[in-house]
Design a protein around this ligand. Sequence first.
Ligand code: MN
Ligand code: MN
Length: 459
Amino acid sequence: MYKAIAWEHYSAEERARLNAFSDAYRSFLDSAKTEREAASEAERVCRAAGFRNLDALIQSGEPLGPGDRVYRKWMNKSFMAFVIGSDSLEDGMNILGAHIDSPRLDLKQNPLFEEESLAYLDTHYYGGIKKYQWLALPLALHGVVVKRDGDRVEVTIGEAEDDPVLCITDLLPHLAHEQMEKTAAKFVEGEALNLLIGSQPEAGCEKDPVKQAVLTVLKRDWGVEEEDFVSAELEAVPAGRARDAGLDRSMILGYGHDDRVCAYPSLMAVADFEGVPRRTLCAVLADKEEIGSVGASGMNSHFFENTVAELAALAGCEWEMSVRRALQNSRMLSSDVTAGFDPAYAGVFDKRNAARLGRGVCFSKYTGARGKSGSSDANAEFMALVRRVMDDAGVCWQTSELGKVDAGGGGTIAWLCAKYAMNVIDCGVPVLSMHAPWELISKADLWEAYKGYCAFLEG
Ligand code: MN
Ligand code: MN
């Protein structure tokens, strides 16, 4: 089935809007490299767009009515935004759901050590990574240290022009004969992913003088002691900004497109909505998708359902059945990325069912692995509805499977929302080099995702 290349249909005016949206997205990527930073950025965007903090309304008991705009941050790592519709909440919402965590290297609880007069931070990788990709490249450290008294220290090191960066060393090819024989999975072991962070000894210090010198810096710059690592969430991510990619500037190379390239247009589609919608609109940006949506800030937690219950209460739908109906009657796009067809690795894709860069936002009726294991298979009736909505709005869209049937697979948050018996389908942007430190997307697909998400909210 021929699908149009989105670029072929843009007027000069639409190209200008596409470029402005892409530039704003690149800035979002630079200021939102972790789930906490993404949740904070989302809060900033929503406050600027006239959204009020739902927690304050819950406290005051102020009722919610049509056109009201509210947001809620959950544990500083997940985020929800709502525009209340004129229809009853029981009739369901139009939901866009993405995730804002990305693969990275987390610091361990007891990370700091010295060996051979070099100081290191030990890491534990988060999400599905090819470990060898994280060697010999500049890394930054982002996160929080929460001290015993509850004081929170926000840490970002390695992003400013004159900041130092951190690095994991690789073996020189001259001595790598044995290493080069290993499979990629064993090329470097998880336990070897240690960040080199210092090489200068503290004067007059006998035991671990280099580690001591690093501790002196930590104390000086952040007021942090070694014991404080135990109550910290520090994440090593690729250092530096997202960049326009390609001589034609048609793409963006950046860290964490999975899934900020869907989270950002989902958020903006709700934030940019003006007036009073018929159905209540929602963007939910969840944490922990990359490790199975587990934990209190992941989509498998009740935070979303509880928040809908709070909305129902403030909208005057007090009985429990209201919440069940609101969720069951909702429609959702699980806005998550899919694999873009890569000619360099054509063998793992089914050419007729693969997502191409530049051919628009991509629907995956089902995800899962092999015999659709672990998938949420959307209903044909729902697919027909979203197909009509996309076409009517002039959105460039395509369909795909993640790869060949037997090649592997993946999942998203779709199945967790399907638990409520709502209609949900995966819909996102194709990515090249997915889960690599630097991933690639097409600006046209980002733009079509935004258009598609806006159309879904209104349709
Ligand atoms: Mn994803
Ligand atoms: Mn992923």
